[in-house]
Design a protein around this ligand. Structure first.
Ligand code: MOS
Length: 749
């Protein structure tokens, strides 16, 4: 009979999970000892710089390769003329997360900043100078930069394989039944990830083995893809990605520049380093594509939604089809007897968009939450009251139950802490002592809980310490820390007794650090690996007449603080080290897998919930907007580390405020180039822009989402905040701005 080992679900013995531990990698980072990809300098290193196109559409007709090669220190110049062939056609997508990439397959230019050559040299300076000497000549075609000249099409799928259309009920009947129908158009701009660490790689070949130092959110998947491009087995590719200076989705997707560095390293037989410049990140490494959205909401006498229609037109590149799934934000939040969400796409001469923190949800909920506010206003209802009346108790369309009690608590607690009850209904009623217009707004936050398959290994050592391993990804969110806490808890050990190895692809696959699913996915694998170890140890102990636990197999044991205890008599216990010594074992190795129970996934809707409340102050003469308060209440299942979770919510909320007021990549319509491809003119909030932030962690036990009860926290913070800030601007000024970011000129004049 297998021993009944107490699971994480019903014990907190010796628990470290739930504790606000500081980041394991914190000291390394603040002392500069954390090495990022570009910090690696192997012997014989060459430096590569991409030359990028200055036009957005056309062909490169000439490059002065001779001039570049004549420059001292330049070793090679890769162009479409001499680029060695790849084993996989880069114009063919290879898997679920596959994208077409530009690796000098021809001389066409499909967006500004596309790589058109790679210069490799003995020094970075020589490579940069060589690239500057290439003097590209172009045959220029007029770039397609917006609604007037982009090519529209009906996409087969949106996001990563999602349906472009969902519908239930009779939309027009619902609209006909409404006493009022609110209809408005919304626009969101192109935004760029702008991770602090640029995309970089140090590529080294040893025969047909490839070692890569690079920031990467999806180690195993990337190894398989690189292997396919180079015609080698996946196990021949090793990715070392111990630290990422931000990812936000852009480092989960393959891109051309990094592969060019790998090609050059193989061609030249020496390690090659490439790090993109800030401006070169505006093109080949993904972005959040523009959307143009229309919402039509029918509301009855009581303020109940009768029909909801969300249409999104999403921009993609001329050659690939990542379609921001913005309209899908409406499919699962508010109850409507009739719903239609649908997408169109438009091709522009830009780099292909990709997933960026809360893809689809961020842009879609920005429009949806403003539209909800407009509907509430039309009904003369308080925006919170309107949402309380209309949020869905069961997932619209499927009828699967939500954990909607958690959402109600987010609304209630967020409103209470913010002081929402004293909000005047009409706009322009609040002023502060300096005469600034004050506005209060809110938005609902929602993010789904996907789950990626993952694996882990745990090794309990003779001295009672443990090593746990999984190829996880810490991109700043604190994965090392939270995942180690989960592992330590399952092993019944203090976290300082647990060594945590991660961030290299030779370890068991931890899945993708994306979709806000990493803690749940990799964490469950670690939990199961730890349990496997304890199961083995308990089997030995309960069958060993020399153990105080002998015969306790039916009663069960509890793993706590490095000892196994009899469940019914905790005074009877034995240390792991003693057990291992008597068993004559140097170590016990356990393995764990992670997957979602498909039946539970079918039966229950799985989402994190939240509500965000914002205060803004607007200068009545100058139109300048300041966010002065943000309060977010979020329910995301079991919280492993509240310090890290709060930090994730803050990051998401700051991004939401940034979406509402700051971020926009602006294209020069004459050239198709991005005019603000730098951190001086692409605005992101700095400390002075951000107010007092409060994130409230609403307790939630979700027994279905996964055995840990853990949900995602990384992306949800963006989703409610954009609308909350925009709605607060309306409440301050009486001006409804439907184009993001909200600008001064929208508010004055
Ligand atoms: Mo994220 S956009 O799932 O890294």
């Amino acid at each position: 009979m297998s021993p009944d080992v107490t699971s994480m679900q019903n014990t907190r013995y010796g628990s470290n999970a739930g504790q606000p531990l500081t980041r394991r990698d914190g000291l390394l980072k603040v002392t500069g000892r954390a090495t990022y990809a570009a910090d690696n300098n192997p012997d014989g290193l060459l430096h590569a710089v991409t030359a990028v196109s200055a036009i957005a559409r056309g062909r490169v007709t000439a490059l002065d390769v001779a001039a570049a090669k004549a420059h001292p220190g330049v070793v090679e110049v890769l162009t479409p003329e001499n680029r060695p062939p790849l084993a996989h056609d880069p114009d063919v997508k290879m898997e679920r997360f596959g994208f077409r990439i530009e690796v000098l397959q021809d001389n066409s230019v499909r967006y500004a900043n596309q790589p058109i050559a790679l210069v490799v040299a003995e020094t970075l300076e020589a490579a940069a100078e060589g690239a500057a000497l290439l003097n590209p000549q172009y045959e220029i075609e007029e770039p397609r930069t917006g609604l007037d000249n982009g090519v529209r099409f009906d996409p087969a799928a949106v996001g990563i394989g999602a349906s472009p259309r969902s519908a239930h009920g009779d939309l027009e009947a619902g609209m006909a039944r409404a006493v009022r129908v609110i209809e408005a158009d919304y626009e969101t701009p192109a935004q760029y990830h702008n991770a602090m660490e640029p995309h970089a790689v140090v590529a080294q070949w040893d025969g047909d083995k490839l070692t890569l130092d690079m920031p990467n959110q999806a180690l195993a998947m990337s190894c398989a893809s690189y292997a396919a491009y180079f015609g080698i087995p996946p196990e021949n590719v090793v990715i070392r990605s111990p630290f990422l200076g931000g990812g936000f989705g852009s480092k989960a997707i393959l891109n051309g520049p990094q592969i060019l560095a790998m090609i050059a390293a193989r061609m030249l037989g020496r390690p090659v380093k490439l790090a993109l410049s800030r401006s070169q990140m505006y093109g080949p490494v993904g972005h959040r594509g523009n959307t143009w959205q229309t919402l039509r909401i029918g509301v009855d006498e009581e303020g109940q939604i009768t029909a909801l229609h969300h249409r999104a037109l999403s921009a993609t590149s001329s050659f690939d089809d990542f379609i921001e799934p913005a309209a899908n934000a409406s499919t699962h939040l508010y109850a409507s007897p009739a719903l239609l969400s649908e997408h169109q796409a438009i091709r522009l001469d830009v780099g292909t968009p990709g997933p960026m923190r809360a893809p689809g949800e961020a842009s879609g909920s920005a429009a949806l939450e403003v539209a909800m506010d407009e509907a509430a206003e039309a009904c003369g209802m308080d925006p919170l009251e309107f949402r309380l009346k209309n949020y869905a108790e069961k997932e619209p369309g499927t009828g699967r139950p939500y954990s909607s009690k958690a959402l109600r608590e987010c609304y209630a607690e967020g409103a209470r802490r913010f002081g929402w009850a004293s909000r005047p209904l009409a706009p322009r009623r609040l002023r502060d002592e300096d005469g600034f217009l004050v506005g209060w707004g809110m938005g609902t936050a929602l993010f789904p809980c996907p789950h990626f398959p993952a694996q882990a290994r745990a090794t309990l050592r003779a001295d009672g310490t443990a090593l746990v391993e999984t190829a996880g990804v810490d991109m700043g969110q604190g994965a090392w820390t939270a995942l180690a806490q989960i592992a330590a808890e399952s092993l019944g050990l203090d976290p300082d007794k647990v060594e945590f190895h991660s961030g290299v692809s030779t370890l068991p696959d931890a899945g993708v650090a994306g979709g806000s699913a990493h803690t749940a996915s990799a964490g469950l694998a670690l939990h199961n690996a730890g349990r496997d170890v304890i199961d083995q140890l308990a089997a030995f102990a309960t069958n060993d007449p020399a153990s105080p636990l002998f015969g306790a197999g039916n009663i069960g044991v509890v793993a706590r603080a490095g000892r196994l205890h009899r469940r019914d008599d905790e005074s009877r216990s034995e240390a792991y080290a003693e057990l291992l010594a008597r068993a004559g074992q140097r170590e016990i190795v356990g393995t764990g897998q992670s997957a979602r129970d498909p039946q539970l996934g079918q039966a229950y809707a799985m989402y994190s919930h939240g509500a965000v409340f914002a205060e803004v102050k607007v200068d009545p003469d100058l139109g300048q907007v300041r966010v002065t308060r943000l309060v977010g209440a979020f329910a995301a299942g079991r919280i492993i580390n509240p310090r890290l979770v709060e930090s994730q919510y803050f990051g998401g909320m700051i991004w939401g405020a940034s979406f509402a007021l700051h971020e926009e990549a602006i294209i020069d319509r004459r050239t198709g180039r991005i005019m603000n491809a730098d951190l001086a003119e692409y605005h992101v909030p700095v400390n002075a822009d951000m107010p007092s932030l409060e994130a409230i962690l609403i307790p939630e036990e979700d027994p279905y989402v996964n055995p840990l009860g853990v949900k995602g926290v990384g992306e949800i913070g963006v989703t409610g905040t954009v609308g909350a800030v925009a709605n607060a601007v309306w409440h301050a000024t009486g001006v409804r701005v439907r184009k993001f970011p909200i600008r001064i000129e929208n508010l004055i004049g």
